[in-house]
Every structure is written in structure tokens, then in C-alpha cells.
Design a protein around this ligand. Structure first.
Ligand code: ZN
Length: 67
């Protein structure tokens, strides 16, 4: 009984998605410290937690293309 119930729970749980749609458009970077904060994780001003400088916003790219 317990085993079957836990198997049902596993099957019913949503499959992990490779690209979670969390609304992120990119990330803020501090070039000096190499610190990165995603826009969805940022709270307040985009300021580097290490050096306090304003961070540069960089949009997420779908793919890296060198051409
Ligand atoms: Zn910094």
C-alpha cells in the first residue's frame, strides 16, 4: 500500500523542466568582481554586493553564435 502510494506520488509530480520559465530576461553583471545576479533574483537596486558599483544589465541570449 505504502509503496504504491509513493509510486503514484512520483508519477504525479511534475517533471523537471530544463528551461524553467521564471520570467528572467537576463542578469546584472559587475565586470570588476565578475559577480552575476539574475534579474529575477535581484532585490532593490542593481548594485554589486562586493564593491557597491552599479551593475551592467545583460540580456539572456538564446544561443552563443560567433558568426
Ligand atoms: Zn563589484
Amino acid at each position: 500500500m505504502g509503496v504504491i502510494e509513493s509510486m503514484k506520488a512520483v508519477l504525479a509530480s511534475p517533471a523537471p523542466r530544463s528551461r524553467p520559465d521564471d520570467g528572467s530576461n537576463g542578469a546584472y553583471w559587475c565586470d570588476d568582481c565578475d559577480v552575476r545576479i539574475r534579474d529575477v533574483d535581484l532585490e532593490g537596486e542593481p548594485v554589486c554586493p562586493d564593491c557597491g558599483a552599479a551593475m551592467r544589465f545583460e540580456r539572456a541570449t538564446g544561443r552563443d553564435c560567433a558568426c
